[in-house]
Design a protein around this ligand. Structure first.
Ligand code: NAD
Ligand code: IPM
Ligand code: MN
Length: 356
């Protein structure tokens, strides 16, 4: 059966890292006899330049028709003066919302060979293996905004239904892992957080009595994630807190360039993207770290194509490449994006060798 993968390279280093991930996907597809068809389309600033808007209707239509979407990154100084409603970032938010991708999985698994790159002492990071489940289509990202000359507002709203569905995603994940869920909020101040906490508590007691639940305030969690990251398994939180906390956890992995993500809804295609941005400071130089995007491609195989063994093969190949010391400059090395990609391909083995 043919599977359609829509590739949205986007801006800055986006095309560099998606090229790497597509190369790896093609190799794995041949080894596992998966029939993947790739369609690369303009998105973000690139689409603004070509069509005047970041998410053109035909691109959205192809995304809807796809089995999965692989995205690089969007945005950059070039589009800073574009009206906010049609900035590259607005296109990404619209894509997530239009496809109903309410659950964003961001795994944090620092590689043993990179522990000394973390600003946190190795003995505190070693063994960290957690997943942040970030609510992705609600909260302050999507509330009404107002602006006058001297006042601005951003509404943060959540409904019980929005909280319940992402809680189920996190709880199901916890069941497949260590059965421990930490829900993060700001219930000592925010009404949305009080609804969040009550809703998570009630649902977990009713539907997941076998999963241990703990509620933590986001300011304390920001500290715990670097002082005792090994204590966490599945971390559930709202949109804005999840955005901020996962860039923090990226520091545990050695670089923002290491972190993959999967954005999932109830049905339809998933969206897979590294958590980093377009990195305008290094764009076009061929030195971007492709591992986060390659690992996102592994998540694509796992969550959208049900190809678990192919996904594992990619993850193991990335592990091997890193262990071998093939590191881009953000990881303290001198490897170029293409060299890191080749190291992953080499670790995968030959295309004609069918994996067991
Ligand atoms: P950024 O993630 O682009 O970069 C932050 C720092 O990390 C930079 O020093 C960059 O060089 C480095 N970095 C990030 N990814 C890297 C990689 N793969 N390899 C090596 N180094 C890497 O964040 P920013 O500079 O705050 O934002 C730049 C633009 O990206 C903004 O327009 C922002 O809105 C956008 N952005 C987009 C996404 C997305 O598309 N999902 C995510 C975050 C930021
Ligand atoms: C991310 C990014 C996006 C977000 C931006 C670019 C809209 O920071 O994917 O983490 O805030 O969700
Ligand atoms: Mn972010």
């Amino acid at each position: 059966m043919e599977r359609l993968i829509v590739v949205l390279p986007g801006d800055g280093i986006g095309p560099e890292v998606t090229t790497a991930a597509v190369t790896v996907l093609k190799r794995v597809a041949r080894r596992h006899r998966l029939s993947l068809v790739f369609e690369t389309l303009p998105f973000g600033g690139a689409a603004i330049d070509a069509d005047g808007e970041p998410l053109p209707a035909p691109v959205l239509a192809r995304c809807r028709a796809a089995d999965a979407i692989l995205m690089g990154a969007v945005g950059g100084p070039k589009w800073a003066k574009v009206p906010v409603a049609i900035r590259p970032e607005a296109g990404l938010l619209a894509l997530r919302r239009e496809l109903g991708l309410y659950a964003n999985l961001r795994p944090v698994r620092p590689h043993p060979a990179l522990l000394d790159l973390s600003p946190v002492r190795r003995e505190r990071v070693e063994g960290t293996d957690l997943v942040v489940v970030r609510e992705l289509t609600g909260g302050i990202y999507f509330g009404a905004r107002t602006r006058t000359a001297d006042r601005a507002t951003d509404e943060c709203a959540y409904t019980v239904d929005e909280i319940q569905r992402v809680t189920r995603t996190a709880a199901n994940l916890a069941r497949a892992r260590k059965r421990r869920l930490v829900s993060v909020d700001k219930a000592n101040v925010l009404e949305t957080s009080r609804l969040w906490r009550e809703t998570v508590s009630a649902l977990m007691a009713r539907e997941y009595p076998d999963v241990a639940v703990e509620h933590l305030l986001v300011d304390a969690m920001a500290m715990y994630l670097i002082s005792r990251p090994r204590d966490f398994d599945v971390v559930l939180t709202e949109n804005l807190f999840g955005d901020i906390l996962t860039d923090e956890t990226a520091a545990l992995t050695g670089s923002l360039g290491m972190m993959p993500s999967a954005s999932l809804g109830d049905d339809g295609p998933g969206l897979y993207e590294p958590i980093h941005g377009s990195a305008p400071d290094i764009a076009g130089r061929g030195i971007a770290n492709p591992y986060g995007t390659i690992l996102s491609a592994a998540m694509l195989l796992r969550h959208s194509l049900g190809a678990e063994s192919a996904a594992r093969e990619i993850e193991q190949a990335v592990d091997v490449a890193i262990t071998a010391g093939v590191l881009t400059p953000d990881l303290g090395g001198t490897a170029r994006t293409a060299e890191a990609t080749v190291a992953v391909l080499d670790a995968l083995g030959q295309p004609e060798t069918l994996a067991a």
